[in-house]
Ligand binder design. Structure first.
Ligand SMILES: Cc1cc2nc3c(=O)[nH]c(=O)nc-3n(C[C@H](O)[C@H](O)[C@H](O)COP(=O)(O)OP(=O)(O)OC[C@H]3O[C@@H](n4cnc5c(N)ncnc54)[C@H](O)[C@@H]3O)c2cc1C
Length: 380
């Protein structure tokens, strides 16, 4: 079944009505994943009239199709970020995401668990890289420990965690609806001009348009593909029925982060990765599973991890990657701001960027954006 396991395990929401006819609001947010819901939360907190639109459903994109890892830091390991951006900026990014993670746990404690996460090495070269990462993190007082356990040998990041991504998004949507936000599913945005957002069956006139479409950014902000080097990428996963307890207490990143898995408290194993096995084929915005990548995941599940429980779910999701390894976050045209390109680790950073979008649009500056944002393409 091409459906993420998370959607089946979370309390249902909605359905929410499609946008019909013409509406006026102060702000319109496109995308109801973690980023868009965070932006809407910040708008509602300021007492503004906000409309949220999604072409599918709440958490229908990557926010409901991911591995459920809550990781501090940028997408690259800490010592590499130090090498490219310097120590002060790398440390500031790490600390901002640590705060973001704690904020998510406090906001929706029922769907977040601060278990820590692991990076395990699958080669001598990777073990050496773990060592370099540990030294750089320790030098800056960041939380890291050496690890040796049933998952392998590597590093433990005690401040990280995991969450039920669909349960969290649906809960945030329920709170937004209760606070008066207007949320619309099955409302694909077909045109964005300063002050006006058009869907297939309606439109919204507003002062601020905030695009929170991660994997869909290259389509809505074509300039991003050139200047920001932003490309859509497909990531794939599977989930099993409850399996025997493996003693894996935390989400695991292995093989340079190209493979990742966790065992949920009910015993299900949720496993993703293998993007590199299919090369250029995975640079796409087509959401579907493929035999090449799913074959890799099957081998990893059965041969390397020794899990025997049947596979119940297979799915894919679309994200976007940037050349800089940092998110696209900023003004992309008159009255239009965008956030995305989280390079495959957008659960925490996306939440921070959603709030930063609102600060940038309304206040003209955001401390978080100054820390997190990569290059932004010139405004249209
Ligand atoms: C398989 C997989 C595993 C991952 N694992 C992890 C992980 O463990 N940890 C981690 O931190 N990150 C992970 N990620 C990345 C993370 O899921 C994303 O970076 C994050 O969810 C992005 O959230 P978002 O709200 O910005 O985007 P999305 O959740 O993709 O939301 C964007 C929304 O915009 C909507 N949309 C797009 N175009 C339009 C349009 N024209 N009109 C209206 N609506 C539109 C989409 O329907 C979608 O709902 C993973 C991603 C995938 C796919």
């Amino acid at each position: 079944m091409e459906r993420p396991v998370w959607a089946d395990l979370a309390e249902p929401l909605g359905p929410l009505p499609a946008l019909e006819g013409h509406h006026e609001a102060e702000a319109c947010v496109v995308g109801l994943g973690g980023t868009g819901l965070a932006a809407l939360g910040a708008l509602v907190q300021r007492g503004l009239r906000a409309v949220g639109l999604d072409s599918t459903v709440v958490a229908g994109g990557a926010a409901g199709r991911n591995g459920g890892f809550l990781l501090a830091g940028a997408a690259d390991p800490y010592h590499r970020v130090v090498a490219t951006l310097g120590r002060p900026r790398a440390a500031a990014i790490y600390r901002a995401t640590l705060d973001g993670l704690l904020g998510m746990a406090a906001e929706t404690p029922e769907s977040v668990a601060l278990t820590g996460s692991l990076r395990v090495a699958r080669s001598e070269e990777e073990a050496l890289d773990c060592q370099l990462q540990r030294e750089a993190m320790e030098a800056d007082g960041l939380p890291v420990e050496p690890y040796d356990g049933p998952e392998g040998t590597g590093l433990l990041f005690p401040a990280d965690g995991r969450f039920q991504p669909v349960a969290r998004c649906r809960e945030l949507a329920r709170r937004l609806l209760a606070a008066g936000a207007s949320l619309h599913e099955h409302s694909p945005v077909v045109a964005v001009e300063g002050g006006r957002v058009a869907t297939t069956r309606g439109s919204v006139t507003c002062r601020w348009v905030l695009l929170a479409t991660d994997g869909g950014l290259p389509r809505l902000v074509p300039a991003a593909t050139g200047a920001g080097g932003v490309r859509s990428v497909r990531l794939q996963m599977l989930a099993t029925a409850p399996a025997a307890d493996r003693g894996w207490l935390r989400p695991v990143y292995a093989r340079w982060g190209l493979d990742y898995w966790q065992q949920l408290p009910d015993g299900r194993v949720v496993l993703g990765g293998g993007r590199d096995r299919a090369g250029e084929e995975e640079y796409t915005e087509q959401q579907r599973t493929t035999a090449t990548v799913q074959g890799h995941l099957d081998r990893l599940l059965r041969e390397e991890l020794g899990v025997e429980a049947p596979v119940t779910h297979r799915w894919s999701g679309i994200v976007s990657y940037s050349d800089s390894g940092l998110p696209l976050l900023g003004r992309v045209g008159p009255g239009v701001w965008a956030a995305g390109a989280y390079n495959g680790t957008g659960n925490v950073i996306g939440t921070l960027c959603g709030r930063a979008l609102v600060e940038l649009a309304l206040d003209g500056r955001s401390e978080v954006a100054e820390v997190l944002a990569g290059p932004v393409p010139a405004g249209r």
